[in-house]
Write a protein that binds this ligand. Sequence first.
Ligand SMILES: C[S@@+](CC[C@H](N)C(=O)[O-])C[C@H]1O[C@@H](n2cnc3c(N)ncnc32)[C@H](O)[C@@H]1O
Length: 235
Amino acid sequence: MKKFKLGGTTFLQQIGKPDERGISDSDAFVLVKTDQMLEFYRGLKEHNPKNIMEIGMYEGGSLVWYDKLYKPKKLVGLDLRREPIAALEAYKADHPHIETYYGRYQDKEGTRMAARQHFPTGIDLVVDDASHLYAQTKATFNMLFPMVRAGGHYIIEDWAWSFQPGQQGPDAVWADLPAMGNLALELTIMASQTNVIESVYIDRGLICVKKGAGVFKEEMFDLSGCLRGRELTLL
Ligand SMILES: C[S@@+](CC[C@H](N)C(=O)[O-])C[C@H]1O[C@@H](n2cnc3c(N)ncnc32)[C@H](O)[C@@H]1O
């Protein structure tokens, strides 16, 4: 476990299994990000994201880290966990630009409503670090990507789980579920078809879609017209 400070707050980088992680408290926030991810987010500073939404807060460490790193005007977090994150709620008390939603499933209408309410002029950065499942992640993308402003970024973390050794057997927890890699492929093909996607960056930890000009529509996921009659089979 690594430990570092930013803006007077201590962060504990804990990227192991959930049962090996701690909880955030008044001394330190737990942050589930690799060094490579942290470096990527630091690189986004040059784009100066001021309106930020994160899906999947865990122990609140990432939300507080974005707050220190980007100094946003509005920062919204949403998670299906019902129990409020005590350390984050205490931090929020004197950071009124932060809003948190608990007990919310990422792919339900409440996600779109929260985004509409807090970001009437558009979102600069969305981070989806929630379910890591194909259907839920795609449904969330369909709701939130239209609200990302041109030049803004949409990040999907931990997309590559299905390619890891522990996921190869028939008894793996998500053995019956489609890979998130499907979404990476769809977004990459989509980038060749429309300038609504300016670029797609992929590394082992995350996918980052940069929004281009134009209006995104869910129908853009129908790629049948550019596959030379072939099927895009779900991995
Ligand atoms: C990997 S953790 C997030 C880590 C955090 N972003 C960080 O970097 O420190 C995933 C979080 O997503 C939440 N989550 C999982 N499935 C979800 C869903 N369908 N909708 C909303 N939140 C979900 C979990 O409760 C958990 O808190």
